[in-house]
Design a protein around this ligand. Structure first.
Ligand SMILES: [Zn+2]
Length: 420
């Protein structure tokens, strides 16, 4: 076959393959559409046979939750102004865009309006996903908790869960960058020991039976200093008997001087010394560990029963800084220390596959479909857009109820009730 004929034959093959792929794709989409229509039909039949006139709490956006959003957006305008200032200083357009999105986070809600029942079905809202936005951090945290809860409940049957906090000395703003670099090296080193990938002659970490966990950096911003610390959840062997018998400087709580001193286990003392050595880039071996008189503050406590729900709140939040007003210097320090440099939140070992998906949850509640079928028995909705302020006043005046398809809404409502 000559070259010309060969080229034509290849072209034909390619176009056949493309056509086949296209047909398959159309077939898939048709099947999906048919499935959705069948579901809609069965929802409609169910709604006709057994109409539910009350809208369940599980799909409603409550008044408490709306208040909660507004409270969490309180500092967003300040952060937007900071981004504009950063844009002026750096001459980078991206900072002006970020200012815009953080200022408008959750302000615009899009969805369907059912006028007869006065129900607004929220389909989407604009989130900024910014690390300084309390609202987005809260949503992210709720999604993490929702994803982790069933998995950890399962591991608790065969293992014990531990909460570990590792702290290094507070640092000034201009040292935060290097402090975090060293701190992350230390955190990684600790998990390498637990996994058995790094060894210290004379110390057996494998007896702890570590299989995975969660790591989360938290930074508390003080007036002049920064207080970074790591929260971990470790999944360890069941029945480790880590007896607490040592007392040192970290046993006393400055804020609660009347409390009895906290005692530490051998492992906690070891961790305190390793933390000191690894953070200060010193060789870690049995001799150097023994030469450290007092390390850095580290705690490891077994999570009893339901306590881990509380612990999850620690290991899933980013920092406390969004809850207080930061000044521009503090904002800039955190921005440059954290921006795209380190992963503040990470799932480890057997949980690592969970850590890859850190999006804000979008699973659809089952009850939602029934409610929509019910609403559509009487009317077709109108596409609408509302601003947060008008939604809040409409809900407060009893003019509107808002529903949301996302399962996560239940969790957010409960949280808002607790905060109210
Ligand atoms: Zn946001």
């Amino acid at each position: 076959m000559g070259f010309y004929k060969f080229r034509e034959a290849v072209k034909k093959c390619v176009s056949h393959a493309q056509l086949r792929e296209q047909n398959l794709r159309v077939k898939e989409l048709r099947a999906k559409l048919a499935e959705t229509n069948a579901l809609k039909k069965s929802d409609r039949i169910a709604a006709l046979q057994n109409p539910v006139h009350e809208i369940p709490d599980t799909v409603q956006v409550t008044e408490a939750y709306l208040d909660d959003i507004q409270r969490r957006l309180y500092f967003n305008d300040d952060f937007a102004d900071y981004y504009i200032r950063l844009g002026d200083e750096t001459n980078l357009q991206k900072h002006y865009n970020t200012a815009d999105s953080i200022r408008n986070c959750s302000k615009h809600w899009f969805g369907d309006w059912y006028a007869l029942r006065r129900v607004f079905d929220r389909k989407s809202l604009s989130l900024c996903h910014n690390m300084f936005c309390s609202n987005c951090n809260h949503l992210r945290q709720a999604s993490r908790i929702k994803r982790l809860t069933p998995v950890l409940e399962n591991y608790q049957k065969t293992h014990d869960l531990y909460h570990c906090v590792i702290t290094v000395p507070n640092c000034s703003g201009n040292k935060l960058d290097i402090t975090l670099d060293n701190f992350f090296t230390l955190a990684r080193q600790v998990t390498r020991y637990l996994r058995g990938d790094a060894k210290i002659a004379g110390i057996d970490f494998l007896q702890l039976g570590y299989i995975g966990g969660i790591r989360c950096l938290e930074i508390v911003v003080n007036e002049k200093t920064y207080h970074p610390h790591f929260h971990f959840v470790f999944i360890l062997k069941k029945g480790l008997n880590l007896i607490k018998r040592h007392i040192n400087k970290f046993s006393y709580n400055r804020n609660q001087p009347n409390l009895p001193p906290r005692k530490f286990s051998d492992f906690e003392i070891l961790l305190q010394k390793i933390a000191y050595l690894a953070y200060n880039n010193q060789k870690v071996n049995l001799a150097s560990i023994n030469s450290v008189k007092l390390g850095y503050s580290c705690m490891l406590d077994m999570i009893e029963g339901d306590e881990w729900h509380e612990v999850l709140k620690y290991v899933t939040k980013l920092t406390k800084y969004t809850m207080c007003a930061l000044d521009y210097t503090q904002f800039k320090t955190l921005y440059f220390a954290l921006y795209k440099k380190h992963r503040a939140y990470q799932c480890l070992g057997v949980l690592s596959r969970l850590g890859k998906d850190d999006s804000i949850d979008s699973e659809v509640a089952e009850e939602y479909r029934r409610i929509i079928a019910e609403l559509q028995l009487y009317e077709n909705p109108v596409s609408s857009h509302y601003e947060l302020d008008s939604l809040i006043s409409n809900v407060k005046n009893g003019n509107m109820r808002i529903i949301s398809k996302y399962i996560i809404q239940q969790l957010l409502n409960k949280d808002a009730e607790r905060n109210a």
